[in-house]
Design a protein around this ligand. Structure first.
Ligand SMILES: Cc1cc2nc3c(=O)[nH]c(=O)nc-3n(C[C@H](O)[C@H](O)[C@H](O)COP(=O)(O)OP(=O)(O)OC[C@H]3O[C@@H](n4cnc5c(N)ncnc54)[C@H](O)[C@@H]3O)c2cc1C
Length: 634
């Protein structure tokens, strides 16, 4: 896959950012090599599919996310066409190598027809590479198994079996891509999935609300979302509670779609609570109820075709099957958070390289007593001891402070959990590249969490009956690229209460940016993992601030909208607009603006220049289910 290929006057850009090592030796005939992509295994067992870094390392992979308990085996069956002796390779890495830690927590073995190879994988290498294993005899049908040995985040992208016992497969870049394409039979054009009025890339709250709004107003919409669920950070996979206010005067109907999509607030509506709190089914049902929406789940957008400053199509890869597809569109919405579509097609953007907000992997703990029926058993007696292995490779917090430790000289009541463990401020990556360093940033969150739990369980020997209950392996990201529109909203605009003629969605949050919390930084410089936040910086939310429509489209790509955290704002203003009911309201406005643009055959910019009152008309009316249904009858 080329990172940037010119085809006639049309540019085809791909998100693959990993480049070029050369293969060792000539590539053997395809009949003598078997490539098994782990994400395509018949049974994933307890392994989870991680697609977050595929633009960097080339593929989705399987992760043994067991929170210290080895996960159930992943298995698949393979038909061996050419019987003989094969060398086994696993594409993997030792995930704590970036910190120079020994112990290789991500160890696993590979079984062929129930027999474990001697090699333990995941034990070496900072970078993704092919780890050389033993040889096996293969004939007929074989069963291949990934067997986790630790429960501590082992990772395997693919297994490869080669009859040339001395050949080393290429680890990265175009040679690996070419090998994969040939061995998986991926040659040929992507499947054409049709033409749409609006192509939404990224199904967080912003993208989901945009899609539903546009569909209700009559547009045909494609949604490309790389996870099996919608909602992004507000999904059960990340578990951030959506904040902000919608349904505000003078546009009290803006936000009706948001409120249909976000989970209903209850007493336990807080970060990192149980999956049910985040109600993934509600978002999926709202989308599926719209006949105009075609939903492509588990589909990662990683290519786009564009010419003369306009996007023609976006292409995407199914994260389990690797099947490639393409959709054409009149308008496109980048709601990926990372501005990935805009980046691909050359949209102007800004990124704060150091001193930006970081990413979190929320977590919680659970008392084993919760599994017991308190009416039929004595709770104390029912609690068994929950042991947890030592984690020498984690952040060493044996004698360091962290939130939750200072309150924690006593063990919480059965069934309760201290909110200071695993909440939003467990965050890192402030000075690292929020795109290229993301696997490391996610992994540092793991190391901090495992280090804290190790200190509590094994050093202080508290919480004897508690275990890690849930840990997000999908990182909650706060800040990366911000695509630039005709207006770039600043912190000063908020402080001065600058009024824009196209103010159309309410910002209802203070300037809430994050930085390392110095109380916990000592000894972790450059890898701080606890955040503090700004409390307003001269702007405290007292009533809605109306953000201009011109922040929601690209200034140099003619048919590209933005909604979510990648809109046209500065780092500081992002601190105020980034909460999810607000991002959902942006999505609604984009759905409406795309409708106006379609009606007039004009650009997003011309909606501002020539049809702003028409857009305001739609914003005033809203796109809630009932309003649109009543409108249709008239
Ligand atoms: C720990 C944490 C705590 C926070 N606290 C709060 C809070 O209390 N309340 C609040 O409202 N906000 C909070 N925020 C901020 C808020 O969650 C984000 O600003 C918001 O989620 C941004 O919305 P988005 O739609 O742009 O991105 P996301 O929510 O990240 O959604 C983007 C979606 O696009 C998908 N995607 C990305 N790239 C691709 C691709 N190439 N192809 C296909 N799909 C793709 C992603 O998987 C994701 O599902 C918090 C954020 C974090 C991380």
């Amino acid at each position: 896959m080329l990172p940037y290929t010119l085809i006639g006057s049309t540019a085809l850009s791909c998100l693959s950012l990993f480049h070029g090592a050369s293969p060792t030796g000539a590539v053997p005939p395809a009949s003598e090599v078997i490539l098994l992509e782990c994400e395509a295994f018949d049974e994933l067992g307890g392994w989870v599919l991680d697609q977050q870094f595929m633009d960097l390392m080339g593929s989705p992979f399987l992760l043994a996310h067991g929170m210290g308990v080895p996960v159930a085996d992943a298995t698949t069956r393979v038909n061996v066409k050419s019987p003989g002796t094969y060398r086994v390779w696993a594409r993997t890495r030792d995930w704590v190598a970036p910190w120079g830690k020994s112990g290789a927590p991500g160890r696993y073995s590979v079984l062929v027809n129930g027999v474990a190879l001697e090699t333990e994988f995941g034990t070496k290498g900072n970078e993704w590479h092919w780890h050389r294993g033993d040889t096996v005899e293969l004939a007929g049908e074989a069963e291949v198994t990934l067997h986790d040995l630790t429960g501590f985040e082992g990772r395997c992208d693919a297994l490869l079996f080669a009859q040339d016992l001395e050949w080393t497969p290429p680890s990265e870049g175009e040679p690996l891509e070419a090998l994969r394409t040939e061995l998986l039979g991926l040659e040929g054009a992507p499947t054409d999935r049709g033409d749409f009025d609006l192509v939404v890339v990224g199904g967080g709250t912003a993208g989901t609300c945009a899609a539903i709004t546009a569909a209700r107003l009559g547009l045909t919409v494609a949604v490309i979302q790389d996870r099996p669920v919608l909602g992004g950070n507000s999904s059960s996979e990340v578990r951030v509670w959506p904040e902000g206010h919608v349904n505000q005067k003078p546009f009290p109907r803006l936000g009706d779609v948001v409120m249909e999509v976000v989970p209903v607030r209850k007493s336990d509506s807080k970060n990192a609570q149980g999956a049910h709190v985040f109600d993934d089914d509600r978002k999926l049902a709202a989308c599926r109820a719209e006949p105009n929406i075609t939903l492509f789940l588990e589909s990662r957008m990683n290519g786009a075709r564009h010419s003369d400053g306009l996007i023609e199509s976006a292409s995407f890869e199914n994260v389990r099957t690797a099947e490639r597809s393409t959709v054409r569109g009149t308008f496109f919405l980048d709601s990926t958070g990372d501005g990935s579509l805009g980046f691909l097609v050359g949209a102007d953007f800004e990124q704060t390289d150091t001193g930006h907000m970081g990413a979190s992997n929320l977590w919680n703990i659970q008392c084993l007593c919760e599994d017991e029926d308190p009416l039929s058993s004595q709770l104390e007696a029912a609690c068994e001891l929950a042991t947890f292995p030592r984690c020498e490779w984690a952040v060493d917090l044996r004698d360091r402070p962290f939130p939750g430790r200072e309150q924690g000289k006593k063990t919480p009541q059965a069934g309760t959990q201290p909110i200071s463990l695993g909440n939003w401020f467990w965050e890192n990556g402030f000075d690292r590249d929020p795109i290229h360093d993301m696997e490391r940033i996610r992994d540092q969150n793991f190391r901090a969490m495992y280090g804290a739990w190790d200190a509590i369980k094994n050093v202080e020997k508290r919480y004897p009956a508690h275990k890690l209950g849930w840990v997000a392996y999908i990182a909650g990201k706060r800040e990366s690229r911000r695509l630039l529109g005709d207006v770039v909203l600043t912190g000063e605009d908020l402080r001065d209460n600058k009024i824009f003629p196209d103010g159309c969605f309410p910002c209802t949050w203070g300037i809430d940016t994050h930085h390392p919390n110095t109380k916990y930084s000592e000894g972790h410089e450059g890898d701080e993992f606890i955040a503090d936040y700004t409390h307003g910086e001269g702007y405290v939310y007292e009533g809605p601030y109306w953000v201009p429509y011109r922040c929601l489209y690209s200034r140099n790509v003619g048919n590209l909208f933005m909604a979510g955290r990648d809109i046209s704002v500065t780092h500081e203003a992002l601190g105020a607009v980034r909460v999810m009911k607000t991002t959902g309201a942006m999505g609604e406005v984009v759905g409406m603006a795309a409708t106006v643009a379609k009606r007039h055959g004009c650009s997003p910019r011309q909606v501002y220049e020539d049809h702003l009152q028409e857009l305001f008309g739609l914003v005033e009316r809203g796109a809630g289910k009932d309003v649109v249904a009543r409108g249709a009858k008239r």
